[in-house]
Write a protein that binds this ligand. Sequence first.
Ligand code: HEM
Length: 289
Amino acid sequence: MASFEAEGRADLMARFCGPLPVAVIAGILGVSPTDAGRFGEWADDAARLLMSGHLPTDAWVRAAESFVTMQHHLAGLLSARRTAPADDLLSVLVQAATDPSGQLDMAKAVSYATAFVFAGHKTTTDLLGNAVHLLLLHPDTLAALVRDPSLAAAVVEETLRRDCPVPGTSRVANVDVAIGGVMIPKGARVFVLLGSANHDEAVVEAPSRFEPGRPDGGEHLGFGRGVHFCLGAPLARLQGRVALSVLTQRLQGLRLASDRPVQFRQVTMFRGPVSLDVAWDVEVQGSSA
Ligand code: HEM
């Protein structure tokens, strides 16, 4: 039996899934593979600013420092793209932040690039963590996925509905508006619970049930709705499908290694397990989706 406990608390997401989303988004941005690891560390540190409820002061300071270091590094890469554009997202962001007179708004370019690093990293890692957790709680579904890896797409969709990685977002009311009998005044900030909408009994039958392929699950709000609908949805779906197929093919006999309840991060904006203790019987090398 192999277990992450036995291997000294290496983490499933870090070993199989954590490096994947950051390497993918770094590649799309045009960050070199050697730099991608540093981006992962900065982004992990900086994510604590957004994702941790309570931290000791020195951890807040380290998170803030990592955030600023990453932004300076991105500014350097963006400046380089200005003089030597490449076929990558950083070069596109330089164009998007340059006005018709040729003036580059560096703050805007850095903020776009930072948004992509965050939006394309932790969310996808949490999608994988939540999906694996749900599969481990539903061994019949896991066995069906092992038999037929094409079910991974349905598992990704049902995870986005049942345990969405971004359960909440915020909006500011442009006008006075009444919703469900409550008057929301113009200018009010509203915290919108996408995760709650995904469990609306009026839309989804027995919403807590994890049922990939269910007929009423397709209208979920896991990627938001409207003009701000997630730009990275196709990429996240692809990464989820590939990672789940490969993981479940390679780690045969995958199961939870302890009865301890899985801890989720104590924040309302993002949902994902802090860690998963798992065990498996055999690791098959070289299988791919
Ligand atoms: C499972 C993974 C992901 C989830 C659950 C997710 C979820 C979301 C949600 C709910 C929104 C809407 C926020 C709002 O309306 O306030 C959003 C927006 C966005 N996402 Fe994702 N996302 C994921 C992956 C990605 C990836 C991989 C990228 C980039 C490659 C990305 C880039 C963005 C961007 C740029 C926006 C802002 C769009 C806008 O404001 O017009 N996301 N995402």
